[in-house]
Design a protein around this ligand. Structure first.
Ligand code: G3H
Ligand code: ZN
Length: 283
């Protein structure tokens, strides 16, 4: 069965590794992610954005994740990514999600705390874990787009207060990463991760994990990042593999001929991330 993030996040925080959230965009993503995790014997999180949910359909999403959990025997959480309302979170929980994120980062701190608390209260009663977010993460992901000027770092005192008042199971804070690939290199504020992580018992979440140099990922984990989200790198690997096949052969028509290399490319990406995050053999 699918599990809450509390099945593995406390251990990640205590032993300084991170569990990957790999976003599910379709069946091939789901298969590639679980195959990589099986090779590495690693727990992981399927992240599903509201856009991906619309694309796949909630029934297919849950059925695919449950099939992956059954086939692999691994601790897998099915997690709503950047949930925008209490209602969406509840809809996902009723459908079988084991974890949800409520992203109230665009509200005032007071309002974000108030709304996140409501989600935590309802989710906890059903054994479902909750991620909150503070500060705004730049870049583009599905319907959420934040330009550089409006991306703002989380303030450690506010993050600590947010945790104390909401009791979330992990906390995403804006520390300088962005959704999508980077033009240059990200300027990650490790001191913010460190300050917040030292003051709360749950891990900090690093969003926008794609394109972050390995050394920065290692430093972020040492500072207290216990969950790291990756989506774009898999999308790029998938599409590049498909493009390569189509460019070479204009007569190919069987989708399996390009989806197989696409899936294999994603297995490689995910396996590398799992090793980098240190979650191998932690299942
Ligand atoms: O919530 C999802 C992640 O933050 C994905 O970010 O596409 O930059 O890897 P990414
Ligand atoms: Zn994100």
């Amino acid at each position: 069965p699918l599990v809450s993030m509390n099945e593995f996040l406390p251990k990640a925080k205590a032993n300084k590794f991170a569990v990957g959230q790999f976003n599910m965009n379709n069946l091939e993503f789901a298969q590639a992610i679980v195959e990589a995790a099986m090779k590495e014997k690693s727990p992981f999180i399927y992240g599903v954005s509201e856009g991906a949910l619309k694309y796949m359909g909630i029934e297919f999403t849950v059925a695919i994740a449950k099939a992956a959990a059954e086939k692999s025997g691994l601790p897998i959480a099915l997690h709503l990514d950047h949930g925008s309302s209490f209602d969406v979170a509840m809809k996902c929980i009723r459908a079988g999600f084991s974890s949800v994120m409520f992203d109230g980062s665009h509200y005032t701190l007071e309002e974000n705390i108030r709304l996140t608390k409501e989600v935590v209260k309802a989710a906890r009663a059903m054994g479902v874990s909750v991620e909150g977010e503070l500060g705004t993460i730049g870049g583009v992901e599905d319907d959420i787009s934040v330009d550089e000027a409006n991306a703002s770092l989380a303030k450690p005192e506010e993050a600590i207060r947010f945790y104390e008042e909401t009791g979330v199971d992990c906390l995403a804070i804006a520390v300088g990463t962005a959704h999508g690939m980077y033009a240059g290199e990200p300027n990650i504020h490790f001191d913010i991760i460190e300050k917040v992580s030292a003051a709360i018992p749950v891990p900090v979440v690093l969003h926008g994990g794609s394109g972050v140099p390995d050394e920065d990922i290692r430093k972020a984990i040492q500072a207290g990042a216990g969950k790291i989200n990756v989506n774009t790198e898999n999308q790029v690997a998938c599409t590049n593999a498909i493009r390569e096949v189509l460019n070479k052969d204009s007569k190919v028509y069987d989708p399996r001929k390009y989806l197989t290399p696409a899936r294999n490319a994603m297995v490689e990406v995910v396996q590398e991330k799992i090793r980098l995050f240190g979650s191998s053999n932690q299942a």
